[in-house]
Design a protein around this ligand. Structure first.
Ligand code: SF4
Length: 295
């Protein structure tokens, strides 16, 4: 498969080699289990049926899941097994199927979801992404994906380049989110408050970057208003994989003052549909063990 699934457009033959995402065509999964740490309308009381895929096209220097994004952790599975995993998660009581870092496996996800639905899967499919997506691929996912849980990480090309080697991130991610809103539509919840359709945009506040974070909030609210939900996250943690000499500014968590400033700004500009992270979010406990559970 000559791969152009993501904006990197490596055009390598992933049947034979790996591109920037670090994995071949074969689907590799590090964990498939109920997960309680997403936003309330995604995790609910029983948990989100979360499938953690290995590899990542964006590759941020501060990645919070570096063991899997680097393609190290995980086990190769067939499309049939991916279908079974989705059905097993529904049996375990999951509120939805939550595909984490799915971009580079869209070729397998579309047939796996189709087969799972034919076998009775009734849960919404959540596409949990960095936001670095091709608009045309998001359009191709119409009818497969119900809910987008997407990051919007940078508004400044220089910062996007420094931390993710993706100067085009701001424009590309904005176009992708426009396509998500077009195809998933306005937010819809069931009687228990669980999201069935719609878009949640996440902002991971980076230490020292409150101005960037507030500019992102301004842009997104101006662009999408109440068509999306906002999730402002405080959980940034400098992990052991961070190059501390090269990125000394990222060697700390976000202070309460920094986070409150961003959250208050969101409220000041009129955002009412959103989620804040309270308490000790910057804790390794948010990072699950990638131990092949459920794979
Ligand atoms: S999915 Fe991987 S191989 Fe394909 S274009 Fe993106 S980074 Fe390159």
């Amino acid at each position: 498969m000559k791969c152009e699934l993501c904006p990197r457009r490596c055009a390598v033959d992933r049947d034979k080699e790996t591109g920037r995402c670090g994995v071949t065509t074969d689907v590799k999964i590090a964990r498939a289990a109920l997960h309680m740490w997403e936003e309330p309308p995604i995790s609910g009381e029983r948990g989100s049926g979360t499938v953690f895929f290995s590899g990542c096209p964006l590759g941020c220097v501060y990645c919070q899941n570096a063991d899997i994004s680097g393609g190290r952790a995980g086990k190769t599975v067939t499309v049939d097994r991916l279908t079974e995993i989705m059905l097993e998660l529904e049996e375990k009581g999951a509120h939805n199927i939550n595909l984490v870092t799915p971009t580079h496996y869209v070729h397998a996800i579309i047939p796996a979801v189709k087969a799972a639905r034919e076998k009775g899967l009734s849960l919404p499919i959540v596409y949990n992404t960095s936001g670095y997506e091709r608009e045309g691929i998001i359009e191709a996912l119409a009818g497969t994906v119900d809910v987008y849980l997407t990051d919007f990480r940078y508004i400044s090309p220089d910062i996007a380049e420094r931390y993710s080697g993706a100067r085009d991130y701001p424009d590309v991610a904005l176009d992708a989110i426009r396509a998500m809103v077009r195809t998933a539509g306005q937010p819809v919840f069931d009687e228990d408050g669980m999201m069935q359709k719609g878009v949640i945009v996440r902002q991971l506040v980076l230490p020292g970057y409150t101005e960037e974070a507030m500019a992102i909030t301004d842009l997104l609210y101006r662009e999408f208003g109440d068509s999306v939900y906002f999730s402002i996250m405080s959980q940034f943690t400098p992990t052991e994989h961070l190059d501390r000499e090269k990125y000394p500014e990222l060697c700390r968590t976000v202070t309460e003052e920094e986070y409150d400033r961003v959250a208050e700004h969101a409220a000041d500009i009129g955002i009412t549909q959103g989620f804040l992270q309270e308490g000790e979010a910057a804790d390794d406990s948010f990072i699950p063990p990638f131990d092949l559970e459920g794979v």
